[in-house]
Design a protein around this ligand. Sequence first.
Ligand code: ZN
Length: 463
Amino acid sequence: MIKRAALLLLLSIGSAQADPLPTLTRDGLKALTLAKDSIAFRSVAGVHNQTINVAELYRKALVDGGFPADAITITRLNDTAYMVFRWAGQENTLKPLVISGHMDVVAADPSDWTRDPFTPVVENGYLYGRGASDMKMSNALAITTLLHLHHQGYKPKRDIILALSGDEETAMKTGQILANQFPNAEEVLNLDVGGGTLDEETGRPLFYSWSGAEKTYADIGLMVADPGGHSSEPRERNAISVLAQALVKIQTHPFRPELNALTRSYFLNAARFTSPRLASAMRIFAASPDNVQAVATLRADPSLVGAIGTTCVVTMIKGGHALNALPQHADANINCRIFPGHSRGDIIHELSAIIDDPSVHIEDHSQGSVETQPSPMNGPLPSAVTRAAHEAFPNVPVFPSMSSGASDSMWFREKGIPAYGASPIFMKASDDFSHGLNERVPLSAITPGMHFLLSLIPALSQN
Ligand SMILES: [Zn+2]
């Protein structure tokens, strides 16, 4: 999952109290049960990966609800699996709507958690468990919504494809395979990204933000080699010191501040929901991205620095081979999140210029990532998302954003298919523990989430 709208971290963090236990409809209870049952499967990459069991669980729910078994395919790939459910539309000349999600979760060490991460627990108005918010509740809401629509006799005009990947949190190969299967998709609704934010104090909806672009992920290796020698005879050049100097240059390099239509709209809208100091910097930056003071203020904020340009940071180092030897090797991994519009090659070129030392060898080590352009701001999906968010919470402000992390949307955007992150979940920033400890989702997210999807899926499949 992509982190929720960057602004989340700026809002005051209230008590960990959820809203009072909501009354759930039969569909709401069905979604809760499906979410719980899926959390109980440890769909983590590696040995004993149970992603295929999650897929089988979803298939059973769809078939029990009246969809034909042959509309669902589950395909194994290494230790994981991916799933496609096709709800055939009435008009086969129309391109399909793809609803994208993932069944795998980030690893969780039970000894670190208060409750077992793979035993779903409902407590204090929350569903706890690894994958609760990222993104098994969203999958459950989507499947329950499709079943509800089917039960109501709804007939989509275009095919609805539910495409669930099985390694979004790791290798991201199955997302690519799924995108290759639907190169003619009309558009992609990715339920893993974006979402609604509730006020920390009152629990009322503050805003809903959908994502229309994401930054390009890159791992860039720096390698320094040296003949080494006896540590009692130091010389001017030392591989670790050479690497260290390169790292300091990268750390202090200001990548160019940038703005696009999505981030401009984000800053102008999100400024209403943050502190006066940040709001002022956001508004100034949206008008003139060269303003030094505004850039400095935004750059100092970890939740906003990624929205104003490319970032590169050292994430791993390795060097030396003996306590008493001059190092023969020193290597580092630089993790970059590249602003749309630049290639990985551009950034490697820029790093090479910053380091300005030909003895530091630079290599692109990126795997499973592609460069993509933002999806159109004014397509049919953004306006349908606005109506759907208003179906969940009338008049809630809705605006776009750009994700700093990578998602399965990139595989579709790469093919020129508009893809949008629009999660059905509304929650408080302080409740978002995706990828972290004691992940949870408030039960109060279930009913608005269903209203959201009951509006959105028909809107996107009717014409
Ligand atoms: Zn996710």
